[in-house]
Design a protein around this ligand. Structure first.
Ligand SMILES: [Zn+2]
Length: 70
């Protein structure tokens, strides 16, 4: 396993996301840069701050409410 994968063990860092799955889970494609939602949508992911988020969560994150779980 790559060190990179150890640093970011989940496809999406959002614990409430359907793509909060480990690499190697069903639906994660290629080298882990794509994952398929249960409804069939294929999403990429990108780095937001210090965590990876899927496209859907990343869009919400950058869309506004910078919620910080205090
Ligand atoms: Zn997500």
């Amino acid at each position: 396993m790559l060190a990179f994968e150890l640093d970011y063990p989940f496809f999406c860092a959002n614990p409430t996301c359907e793509l909060h799955v480990r690499f190697g889970a069903p639906g994660v494609r290629g080298r882990g840069n794509w994952a398929q939602m249960p409804d069939g949508r294929l999403l990429g992911r990108s780095l937001h701050g210090d965590e990876f988020l899927c496209d859907a969560c990343g869009r919400q994150r950058s869309a506004g409410s910078r919620e910080h779980a205090a």
